[in-house]
Design a protein around this ligand. Sequence first.
Ligand SMILES: *Cc1c(COP(=O)(O)O)cnc(C)c1O
Length: 494
Amino acid sequence: MKLISTRNKNVEMNYSEGIIKGIADDNGLFVPQSFPTIDIKTLVDDDYQTIAFKILYHYLKDEFEADQLNNIIAKAYDDKFSNPSIAPMTTYGQLHFIELFHGPTLAFKDMALSILPYLLTASKVIADLDEKIVILTATSGDTGKAALEGFSDVKDTEIIVFYPKDGVSPIQKQQMITQAGENTHVFGIDGNFDQAQSAVKEIFTDQDFKATLKTNDYIFSSANSINIGRLLPQIVYYFHAYMQLVRQGTIALGEAINIVVPTGNFGNILAAKYANTMGLPVNRFVCASNKNNILTDFINTGIYDLNREFMQTLSPSMDILISSNLERLLFHISNQDDQLVNQLMDDLKTDGRYEVTPTMKENLNQFYGNFCTDEETLQTIKTVFDDWDYLIDPHTAVAVKVYEKYKQDNPKDQHHTLLASTASPYKFPGSIADALSIDASGIDDFQLIEKINALTQVKIPKNIASLVSKDQRHQQSIAVDEMRSIILKALTID
Ligand SMILES: *Cc1c(COP(=O)(O)O)cnc(C)c1O
């Protein structure tokens, strides 16, 4: 099994090397050269860890020993997840929420970032690399904390995180700036997530900068979902959830389902597509966006157009206009046309816009795209709580609202539906209070959390409760053009 780049399919790369590099030298993203298929009936009785092994081993078996991979999985998916099933499911009618937020940082990023550090450390040994690794990460709020938690005090590794200083929730910020670990570095930037992500990508491919690092015995890697090591572990929970439905007798083995995903960088929904390519029966993928609805327009028209305003919404982890993983989808739906992908990415760079071919547009038909406003997000949190006594976060609410729109547009569709529930509502207490008309005046987020708990009886995760008393270790904020110099400083390179 090998990786190839979306911008040059002729260069084959080992998985271990691809995981270390994060992004290809030609600026493309690594994708599997081919997809293994898996016989779903062999997974029916398996727990999360066993399914994770069966999926990942298909990709990694030329490079990783079976025992080694099993060990990695056991360490990644242990009791740092507060629920023993790792990704439990909650059902209302035909809608099944896969709760992906029971990991240490309370968002779905933990599903992959709890395993990535182990995969990366093992990859270093496999690839016989001596350099220390610098994990460079741009975050819209959740990746940063999950990566910090995963890489904190990992040997021979430094982790540097950049977040938009006014673009994350107060709890997300507190989670990051209180991060422990001698090797952790966190900076707010004067800019939005797209600016942070673009700057990080540029630094990644800046040959001079990389050479400077190399002479100081450092190499870059990425914890963002551009890293294939993020995507593969995300395939697992879709199979796991499907098997739960089969075991409960809700669906028959082989029956197709819909999958709804609140989407930003297109990583989570792409992992669902990869699961489908490997043999998971899927009818439609529902791509849910907030008012930054560039993906909705893309799915409906085949035109990706950046010439629009960036908006801050109540679902900040989806406030993204440059959706990185879409490049991988373009490669797949163009039948691996790397030249065309180069062309489209050039168009995006020069005109801020590209249009896919009619064949590619047709291949997008399996995706449904729609979006929802902040008002609809709050209304949905309230309705779901009133009707089902179930508390969801603003990102999950976007997905629920868009699922409703999907049902209105497709009234005959009777498929059972998995919905990716991506964060704990306690990460966004301000929005929850607004939605449920809880008076938040004059109190801070932590007092507000107590109030929400009193009203809803939803348990406060211990990693939120303990945040209030933690030392704020990382207070610095910088301009986007200071990122290079701050990296050198963090690594004590002159
Ligand atoms: C990252 C994130 C998303 C978006 O996921 P992508 O893989 O970037 O599409 C949605 N919801 C939450 C809570 C997130 O943290």
